[in-house]
Design a protein around this ligand. Sequence first.
Ligand code: APR
Length: 312
Amino acid sequence: MDKKVSIIGAGMTGSTTAHWLAEREIADLVLVDVVEGMPQGKSLDLSQALPVIGKDVIITGSNDYEATAGSDIVVITAGLPRKPGMSRDDLLTANAEIVRKAVMETITRSPEAVYVILTNPLDTMAYLAMKLGKLPRERIVGQAGVLDSARMRAFVAMELKVSVENINCYVLGGHGDEMVPLTRHSNVAGIPLCEILPPDRLEAIVNRTRKGGGEIISLLKTGSAYYAPAVAVAQMVEAILKDKHLIIPASAYMQGEYGLKDIFFGAPVQLGRKGVEKIFEYQLDETERAALDKSADAVRQTTEAMLNLVKF
Ligand code: APR
């Protein structure tokens, strides 16, 4: 492969991202983790799965960041996951230190890489990584919107018993309980959700989407979701490596879009080889606008709390 993707954090989301990416056979992969032997063991295990599915990918596991040198993309999933009852913001202090280390160790070795951030609290960790790495906004994007929208799509599919392929959902805003599922723009084969679902069912789906991560945490008890977050990262990585100009919801640095500045926020983002190529803006009605502002306030508060903790 002439492309290289390094995944920092070989835990549940990191190793599952490697799994989804290996199946796509689009880049050689490096898994880095602080736990000795773990990334090496998982890489070996994944490598031994590849003959069965007929994919040629070199997968390396390491505790040494040197293995990441020359990466096209660096994915950061290192950090603590939520436990039952914890909000994403509760992870702030611990994960800020972990993300700092991951950025500082990788940026010198892959100065041209595009960064995809998954560590929570997502929008704030993406902001931190951008500032620490002195990255232009094109080269850093956070995974949240693909996951949140996929959750909503899955719930609509379950409700209506139609193919997930017919369902388009768009969830904007911060990756927290204040996220904004856009029901007017979401549709089933082009028919707006509000025309196809009774209001109470639609509201139930919106609420379940907002709490989608928490629902899984309460069921798992010892960790948070990883299949769906990981495949969402894989889709973003593929869009970048293949220069697809794919428009997906993702967290990007706002420079006036939606009237917002200096925060990472979920919006429709066009991804290609250079990373974030463009941010699209929906026409919002008053209710949507108010919900987006509320979500932006929540992200701003967490980002400010982080700025009080971390010295640049
Ligand atoms: N460098 C590399 N890896 C690290 C570091 C570090 N400095 N610190 C911790 N890690 C590793 C841990 O050893 C662990 O293997 O990060 C991994 C995290 O994996 P899990 O505990 O399985 O957590 P996961 O479910 O993958 O979630 C990771 O992504 O979705 C978010 O909220 C989630 O912030 C969390 C992150």
